[in-house]
Design a protein around this ligand. Structure first.
Ligand SMILES: C[S@@+](CC[C@H](N)C(=O)[O-])C[C@H]1O[C@@H](n2cnc3c(N)ncnc32)[C@H](O)[C@@H]1O
Length: 339
């Protein structure tokens, strides 16, 4: 047995919190899945009421609720539970809800791939491919439940780029092409904020039905088109603003160069390309961006990059960085234009 040094308890607790992170995250996700969070909602409820309404085991529920209280997600007062301000972000109905992101990050789809991290560091292979047998986007095409989970989580994640329509002057633009735009959540925001714009969503054919549902009001108004295809082959021509939001970080440098060359070939000479990513600041080590960098290593052949690394990818395509603006949660928009 080693001796106990001053501060050991503090250090042990910090490590225990780290090791137990997946347990704690799954506890929060379980409370969402079971409907406990939404049942408490904006009011308060006793454990007995929640258990009766949702047909749950009262003692097990109480133990789960007490852990959530320890995590500052619920508050217990005179045997009634209410959500804290942080806990409210788990509600389905909250306008800033992170619920679907929590369900995705704690899913077997993601955590199963993280189980392959050590092997990936040893071999240089993609953990997701080693664990699930194929690349993530092919897997999603054949697993509709995983795809629904993935795109719902991505839609929440893209809310960190909600400042995009204001961060960049789009007043003179006409046609915005969102390349790899997922379920269309962010393009819908851009179209809502700028009624003069026409939007084009370009996605894998298997993702189009979800995007068409999300963009239906704008399609009905004649302001939006959803097109299926492979952006490594070509992207729709004629836009004056192209958006690549959390797309380049999924790909290795060679694929990024091919995609950027396709965007440059498609865009008007006075067009702009908006790269929305967690651009890693030089010399800084923000844990959030670095966690996403390892997440990219686990899930894809991609990575998070610095501004200089993005610029080095842009230049062979005849593009260069004009400016970089900050968005939320370490996201930034890098505005590129033909050199
Ligand atoms: C990480 S998601 C980002 C989605 C969206 N841009 C956002 O920020 O929420 C990457 C997207 O790229 C799409 N994608 C992957 N490979 C593609 C390809 N070869 N052609 C078109 N889209 C592709 C995926 O379907 C997925 O929706």
């Amino acid at each position: 047995m080693g001796t106990v040094e001053p501060g050991d308890d503090d250090r042990s607790r910090r490590l225990l919190r780290l090791f137990m992170g997946p347990w704690l995250a799954r506890a929060a996700a379980a409370a969402c899945e079971l409907g406990v969070v939404d049942r408490i909602g904006a009011g308060s409820a006793s454990c007995a009421e929640i258990a009766a309404d949702l047909d749950l085991h009262p003692d097990h529920l109480l133990r789960l609720l007490r852990l959530l209280a320890g995590l500052d997600l619920v508050r217990e007062e005179r045997d009634r539970f209410e959500l804290t301000p942080t806990g409210r972000l788990l509600r389905t109905e909250d306008p800033s809800s992170l619920r679907d992101l929590g369900l995705l990050y704690t899913s077997d789809l993601f955590l199963g791939a993280w189980g392959g991290l050590a092997a990936a560091v040893r071999t240089g292979d993609q953990a997701f491919r080693a664990v699930h047998g194929r690349d993530v986007f092919s897997h999603l095409a054949d697993h509709p439940d995983d795809a629904a989970l993935f795109h719902a989580g991505m839609s929440v994640g893209s809310s960190f780029a909600a400042g995009l329509p204001d961060a960049v002057d789009l007043s003179a633009a006409r046609r915005v092409v969102d390349v790899g735009g997922g379920d269309g959540s962010r393009l819908a925001e851009v179209l809502r904020a700028h009624p003069h714009l026409h939007g084009v969503l370009f996605e894998r054919p298997d993702v189009l039905p979800a995007a068409e549902r999300r963009l239906a009001p704008y399609v009905a108004e004649g302001r939006c088109t959803a097109i299926g295809g492979d952006f490594l082959r070509e992207v729709p021509a004629g836009g004056d603003v192209y958006v690549l939001c959390r797309v380049l970080h999924n790909w290795d440098d060679a694929s990024c160069r091919a995609l950027l060359a396709n965007c440059r070939a498609a865009m008007r000479p006075d067009g702009r390309l908006l790269v929305v990513e967690r651009v890693i600041p030089d010399g800084a080590h923000p844990w959030l961006s670095l966690a996403f960098d390892v997440q990219m290593m686990v899930m894809t052949a991609g990575r998070e990059r610095t501004a200089a690394e993005y610029d080095a990818l842009l230049r062979p395509a005849g593009l260069h960085t004009r400016e970089i603006r900050d968005l939320a949660a370490e996201m930034r928009v890098l505005v590129a234009a033909p050199a």
